[in-house]
Design a protein around this ligand. Structure first.
Ligand SMILES: Cc1cc2nc3c(=O)[nH]c(=O)nc-3n(C[C@H](O)[C@H](O)[C@H](O)COP(=O)(O)O)c2cc1C
Ligand code: SF4
Length: 516
């Protein structure tokens, strides 16, 4: 039987994938052609969605972006056998966007049926867990430490060290919590994993549970992600039924239970301690640290809290070994990073590459330059609290330390591009405003500082005594940077001051005045 792949990913659905799937099913029926339609994840080439693929003897052939009114002509052109059509793109894996990626965490995304356990198993799924089950917890933690994996949620803290702390904390009950609140601007890799390969996250969390001695896990999913929640729940159900979750996993002495929780819809609930408060049913206020969640986390118990991508990277490490993973990357940034290209970019989507790829390669080789065709003036990397980088810094390789040297962050790997029509003073104002809106209100530098920041930026934008007010912005930045309890207030100066430092003209002063 012919097999057709049509993504079930939200991005594809928002571009009409469900309608295209229905139209293809109907057309096949009217032509009496038996068809097996698989709803896969997205390959991450959003400008080509809905990307329809057909299985042929020479591999999968892609067509896209497909609209419902092109369906009949696709059948006429014999697309089920890879026939030529205006939408023909050739073999999917040969497309330049796909060909040069290093997909470790995203190895199955776009290939398998995300909610089919059989498909997951047929594509190397659960090999990592099978290895982990026979290992001592200390050895699992050691593998993760040796892989060099650092938290992909933003802080880049070594995952193995975090796990070791939880492993060594004595307690009756421990937890594994997955931070799937994904609120950063321009980010969607967590969503794509949850919708495109939910089992890899479930497997990663189960391994984490075995490694630290936790029997209960929660996935705290961004409330705006209904398709992720649905895919995760379907996958969790099959995992329970097949003995990959629950009591005595795969006949072993390990138990692990897993549930999805819908997040509160506030950016600050992505901060790990606010998340734990929210998960406990309280308002998402940031907790003072110490104690660390690894010692006293959910309900006061030792808790591993990791980002989706951190946890989803664990199965391949336990399957292929820490050295295999560590061999990708540069410096102290090991493995791969799923990079998300967004904003004013021609080819937006997801690219997974080893650390070391440069911003310029991502923006131009993958992204194809700006969508508007105008020069890219700045990119914001690492979410709404990340620094803006000017063109002169586009050759920076993606590496936590290299970015640190520029007073920038990699964050969750989201890159948002802006062309030369952007006004950076307005972007700085926006950063303050974002902080004011999203602040949990617990500490003064963030709660009050952000509101004062908006007011001062309004004066600068109005041209009122810019030199004096810029000095005030710097002062405010200093207070927020050093006096905030968490990174929401503490990092707001990154976008503000980087915009000011690199683009002083937009603030009404020349580069010369800036230097003086
Ligand atoms: C305001 C704020 C929002 C955050 N949002 C997220 C988020 O949405 N997802 C995430 O994984 N980490 C987020 N973080 C980072 C988490 O606090 C924490 O570092 C992370 O979940 C740890 O996981 P990792 O070690 O796997 O990166 C946020 C931090 C701050 C300060
Ligand atoms: S910096 Fe802002 S978000 Fe963080 S604890 Fe203080 S008030 Fe809350």
């Amino acid at each position: 039987m012919n097999t057709v792949y049509i993504p079930r990913d939200s991005s594809a659905i928002s571009l009409g994938a469900n309608l295209v799937a229905a139209a293809i099913a109907k057309e096949a029926e009217s032509r009496n052609i038996p068809l097996n339609i698989i709803r896969n994840g997205s390959r991450g080439m959003f400008w080509l969605e809905p990307l329809v693929e057909v299985a042929t003897s020479v591999g999968r052939i892609a067509y896209g972006p497909v609209t419902t009114d092109q369906v009949a002509s696709l059948f006429d052109a014999g697309f089920l056998d890879g026939g030529q059509h205006a939408l023909s793109l050739g073999p999917t894996e040969e497309l330049p966007w796909m060909k040069h990626q290093e997909r470790l965490t995203f190895a199955r995304v776009g290939i398998t049926d995300p909610v089919s356990l059989q498909d997951y198993l047929a594509h190397d799924g659960y090999k990592g867990l099978r290895n982990a089950i026979d290992m001592a917890p200390q050895d699992i933690v050691q593998q993760v430490t040796d892989s060099g994996l650092r938290g992909r949620g933003g802080a880049a803290f070594p995952t193995g060290i975090k796990w070791k702390t939880v492993l060594e904390a004595p307690a009756e009950q421990k937890y594994v919590v997955c931070n799937a609140d994904e609120g950063d601007s321009g980010t969607f890799s967590d969503r794509m994993i949850m919708e495109g390969d939910p089992f890899v996250l479930i497997e990663g969390m189960t391994i984490a549970g075995i490694a630290v001695g936790a029997t209960q896990g929660y996935i705290y999913v961004r409330s705006e992600y209904p398709h992720s929640i649905a895919a995760l729940n379907l996958a969790i159900k099959s995992a329970y039924e097949a003995g990959y979750l629950g009591r005595g996993i795969l006949g072993s002495r390990h138990d692990f239970y897993l549930e999805v929780r819908r997040a509160a819809g506030a950016y600050v609930c992505g901060e790990e301690t606010a998340l734990l408060e929210s998960l406990e049913g309280k308002r998402g206020l940031v907790r003072f640290k110490p104690p660390l969640p690894a010692i006293s986390g959910l309900f006061g118990k030792p808790t591993v809290i990791n980002n989706v991508i951190s946890l989803a990277s664990v199965p391949i490490i336990l399957d292929k070994g820490s050295v295999y993973y560590r061999d990708y990357g540069m410096g102290r940034s090991r493995g791969t990073l799923p990079i998300q290209l967004a904003g004013n970019i021609k080819h937006g989507g997801l690219v997974e590459k080893a650390f070391g790829v440069t911003l310029r390669e991502l923006l131009y080789d993958y992204g194809g330059g700006s969508a508007s065709g105008r020069p890219i003036k700045a990119v914001q990397v690492g979410g709404p609290l990340g620094a803006y980088l000017p063109e002169s810094q586009f050759d920076t390789p993606l590496d936590y330390e290299e970015f640190g040297k520029l007073w920038a962050v990699l964050g969750h790997g989201g890159i948002v591009a802006f062309d030369d029509t952007v006004d950076m003073a307005h972007m700085a104002r926006y950063a303050f405003e974002f902080c004011a809106v999203e602040s949990c209100g617990k500490c003064t530098p963030c709660r009050i500082g952000s509101t004062r920041g908006v007011e001062v930026m309004d004066k600068i934008i109005a041209g009122t005594d810019p030199a004096k007010h810029i000095a005030l912005v710097r002062d405010l930045g200093d207070t927020m940077l050093n006096g905030s309890l968490c990174a929401l207030g503490g990092m707001t100066p990154y976008p503000v001051l980087s915009a000011l430092n690199h683009f002083p003209e937009d603030f009404g002063i020349s580069k010369k005045e800036q230097a003086a």
